[in-house]
Ligand binder design. Structure first.
Ligand SMILES: [Zn+2]
Length: 273
């Protein structure tokens, strides 16, 4: 019995390896949140962890790409570098500027940050929203980062879940989000990341209507969190997979994320616990 189980597991692992991994035309999109000089937790990755991860990507020949490069590939068939990987961070915490940004420059790593527009700090804080989530970046810090290593996308106005809003409310939220970022002078890509990683997984009709709404608002790329790797070219640019990268992961788990098998691994880990 145990040999049968090991056989099945090996077979599934091999099939997935040849179908999914970043070496086989898949695009690993890593999803981070907070960064910290010393600390790490579920949503926070420390500077030491980032150094180790960025050094690994460089050593193994992975090339980090911007949102604009993925869009160029999807829409105009522009070639991507071999072994592409996307670094994304959600929310727009201030530590992305103070901790992450110097490391991006040091390791020549490109990152894409999805901003909660209402939480960005500005000199007059006009249109700023009450923020229960932590310290967010200042407008001039955001603008500075776009000069080299960072591109930005949208992540709602106050981090509401689109699964809980009506379509007209979502429409208003996208418009408000785009408006504040424009008012602040922060250049953004036509790209959105769903808060809480997902959008209406159960209601197919509402999901299709949501995609239409994004298109009407000139959003051409959107990310969820599924812990899978999508193969290139992506089938639906408004529902691209990302992999949650936690600060509690040991380094070898980071490698499993980049290879694209973390979901399979997590399943096995649950079975054998
Ligand atoms: Zn978020």
């Amino acid at each position: 019995m145990i040999y049968l189980l090991i056989g099945i597991i090996t077979l599934v692992a091999l099939v997935l390896f040849f179908k999914m991994g970043s070496l086989f035309n898949g695009l690993p999109v890593l999803n981070y949140h907070k960064t910290s000089v010393n600390d790490s937790d579920f949503l926070t990755v420390s500077a030491a962890q980032l150094r180790q991860q960025f050094a690994y990507l460089n050593k193994k020949g992975y090339k980090t790409i911007f949102i604009s490069e993925l869009l160029g590939h999807i829409e105009q068939k522009k070639p991507l570098p071999a072994k592409p990987v996307m670094i994304t961070l959600d929310d727009g915490y201030r530590d992305n500027y103070t901790v992450l940004y110097p490391l991006l420059k040091e390791y020549n790593i490109k990152a894409n940050i999805f901003l909660v527009a209402g939480f960005i700090q500005s000199p007059d804080n006009k249109h700023i929203a009450p923020n229960p989530m932590g310290e967010f970046m200042h407008v001039e810090e955001a603008v500075e980062m776009t000069k080299d290593m960072v591109q930005f996308g949208l992540h709602t106005y106050t981090h509401q879940s689109y699964s809980k809003l009506s379509l007209p409310e979502i429409d208003e939220d996208i418009k408000k989000t785009k408006h504040r970022l424009k008012e602040l002078g922060i250049p953004v890509q036509p790209c959105h990341a769903y808060t809480f990683g997902a959008y209406n997984q159960k209601d197919d009709n509402k999901r299709v209507a949501m995609f239409e709404l994004l298109k009407q608002n000139e959003i051409r790329l959107a990310f969820r969190v599924s812990n899978w790797v999508d193969k290139l070219p992506v089938i639906n640019p408004l529902f691209v997979s990302r992999i949650h990268l936690s600060g509690v992961f040991p380094f070898w788990k980071f490698k499993v994320c980049v290879w694209g098998f973390i979901k399979v691994f997590n399943r096995f880990e649950k079975i054998f616990k």
